[in-house]
Ligand binder design. Structure first.
Ligand SMILES: NC(=O)c1ccc[n+]([C@@H]2O[C@H](COP(=O)([O-])OP(=O)(O)OC[C@H]3O[C@@H](n4cnc5c(N)ncnc54)[C@H](OP(=O)(O)O)[C@@H]3O)[C@@H](O)[C@H]2O)c1
Length: 243
């Protein structure tokens, strides 16, 4: 089974590559800097649609059909909306939201044709609870959540599993973006990236629409579950009335 992981040089992406390799997957690891782990390590900025198309096409031609796509690449810009330069927000939207659309657009049609495959998007609890210091970041994750839910609904008709993984705080390099100016916002109760990697593997195997990775405080999932119930009702109505 061939898996392609984006944002594989650090944090959750790197832990995911390591877990998938341990589980017997052949892994294509991608990120802007060269990944340290993975059977195939490719430099790829997911905000660049042309490059995504080129790399995915090359992988499919030279390595094989992609069975698993993990859209993990992402970052947050810290600060108020008033003070954040629009160029930084634009690049973040392209990375966090359009990046997964670019990769999925390339990989999903092949999966649908073969009636197999799994796509896992790394979202965030920020999709549900907008953080004022990560305002546009939260909005990119809300957009990614909406896309993931919609794709889950469509793809199941073609035998393709889609899953959104929603971590709370995770101990990674997330706060290393220059906009944080050295602030470390990751709380002590954050989980290790390996916990998110295990949730991603669960998503690959089950196609569960939403998988939460709660912080050690274990409070936040209740808010997320309420929103999930509303989404579930929508899908039941869509199914019932064949919308
Ligand atoms: N840490 C948390 O608390 C937390 C919570 C919820 C969700 N998340 C999400 O988890 C995902 C992974 O983040 P992380 O916490 O593991 O942070 P991280 O340690 O900073 O890793 C981010 C990864 O994304 C890559 N990346 C960033 N921009 C990219 C781009 N334009 N194109 C390709 N790769 C890019 C980085 O590699 P290069 O710099 O080499 O490109 C790196 O490999 C993100 O989508 C993030 O939003 C994180």
């Amino acid at each position: 089974m061939l898996a392609l992981v984006t944002g594989a040089s650090k944090g959750i992406g790197k832990a995911t590559v390591e877990l998938l390799m341990k589980e017997g997957y052949e892994v294509v690891a991608t990120s802007r800097s060269e990944p340290e782990v993975g059977h195939h390590r490719i430099k790829l900025d997911v905000s660049d649609r042309g490059k995504v198309e080129e790399v995915v096409r090359k992988v499919m031609e030279e390595i094989g059909e992609i069975d698993v796509l993990v859209n993990n690449a992402g970052f947050g810009v810290y600060g108020s909306f008033l003070e954040t330069p629009v160029e930084e927000e634009e690049y973040m939207v392209k990375t966090n939201f359009l990046g997964p659309i670019y990769t999925t657009k390339m990989v999903y049609p092949h999966m649908a044709k073969r009636r197999m495959g799994s796509i896992v998007n790394v979202v965030s609890e920020a999709a549900y609870v907008n953080s004022p210091v990560l305002l546009v970041y939260s909005a990119t994750k809300a957009a990614l959540s909406s896309f993931t839910n919609g794709l889950w609904s469509e793809a199941r008709k073609y035998g393709v599993k889609v899953s959104g993984v929603y971590p709370g705080p995770v101990k990674t390099n997330f706060s290393s973006h220059p906009s944080f100016k050295g602030r470390e916002i990751t709380p002590k109760y954050a989980v290790e990236p390996e916990a998110v990697a295990r949730a991603i593997l669960k998503g690959i195997r089950t196609g569960k629409r939403e998988i939460y990775v709660p912080s050690k405080l274990r409070v936040d999932p209740y808010f997320l579950k309420l929103a999930n119930v509303a989404q579930e009702i929508t899908y039941r109505l869509v199914d019932k009335f064949s919308l």
